[in-house]
Design a protein around this ligand. Sequence first.
Ligand SMILES: Cc1ncc(COP(=O)(O)O)c(C=O)c1O
Length: 399
Amino acid sequence: MERSKALGFARRVKRIEVSAIKQMPLLARSVPDAVSLGQGIPSVRTPEYIRRQVIELLKHDADIGKYSLQPGVPELKQSVAQKIAQTAGRFIDPELEVFISAGAMEALFAAVVSLVDEGDEVILFDPSYASHIEQVKFASGTPVFVPLIENDGWALDEELLRRAVSAKTKAVIVCNPGNPTGKVFSVAELSVIVKIAREHGLYIIADETYDFLVYDGFCHKSLASFSNIKDMVILCGSFSKEFAMTGWRVGYMVAPAEVIEQALKVHDAAVICAPTVSQYAALAALTNRAECKEETVRDVLARRRELICARLDSLAEFFSYVQPGGAYYVLPRYLKWDINSAEFAHRLLFEAKVITIPGAAFGPGGETHVRMSYGGTEDDINKAFDRIEHWSRMSKRFT
Ligand SMILES: Cc1ncc(COP(=O)(O)O)c(C=O)c1O
């Protein structure tokens, strides 16, 4: 008998996978000197003003190592409510409409498992963030992919979205700016999503982890700012990327009170509370920004975006790509190799010693692409592209 059957692991767990985003760096441990365009971790260090305040608290606050209140440290909930109130243009109740999560990931997880029952469908834009797919599957829901139109800058096609809605559709997940494409939805596109969600009574789960990270010419509009659907929007946000705090594990959900009430049950069952010390770090991050002496993550990444696009431009015979408008990912299509994206990423790793993520991890529309992150240093990006360039030109076998 198969070992997992003997042990009786649950179907909900057997049907999901650790995403390729995490698997590729593990695989790369067997490749000495591999350089990474893989995982989405900015190379930047958590700013000094945040670290300094946490050190002071660790010295003097006897409660810093204890659980916080389960929905989060009240001052932090207040600060998050104020931040989102500015975006949304309305009052957000810190007591009823906010909870502090262990990263945006936990808020997203709580949202999905609070809403989705077996057989429910959840609309995802394709390509979409790999973990959204796994979370829906974990909740026994069915991901329904709506392709974004690559030739039109990963544009939304209203007709395709309309056709994807069925009587079983529960929610639509919108990642804006998007991982893995760097897509920033225009106000017109968001209005279409809102209109269709309203017509069909769908929840919108808005993953706005990269809300701060949009580049020239683009503007980020939060789904929380659409007042005509405020009772159906579940906003999930993060401190990970804006404040270079990926390892602190702190994020938030801002949603209607009845959603927060359900999500808090999941939060309690899963983690009790977000790490207290990290919540105080997040509070310092939000309230004392003026003390930040370092260049912002946004400015650093804007430069790296220029660099990676220039390097891709010089490889136009091998890769086509849509310039990212936000976040720090680009999803180039490889043009000369007639192999699937898993094989392509493996060959890049073992032959060129460069870590990328196979596009298929992000849904069917990701196939024949690889995701590259430009969170790494400029030296790493250059080193990776020197290798990719050499490998592409020397690659004898395109199939
Ligand atoms: C789109 C998206 N959502 C959520 C997350 C997870 O964020 P957090 O670290 O706040 O859990 C990531 C991390 O890369 C991401 O890219």
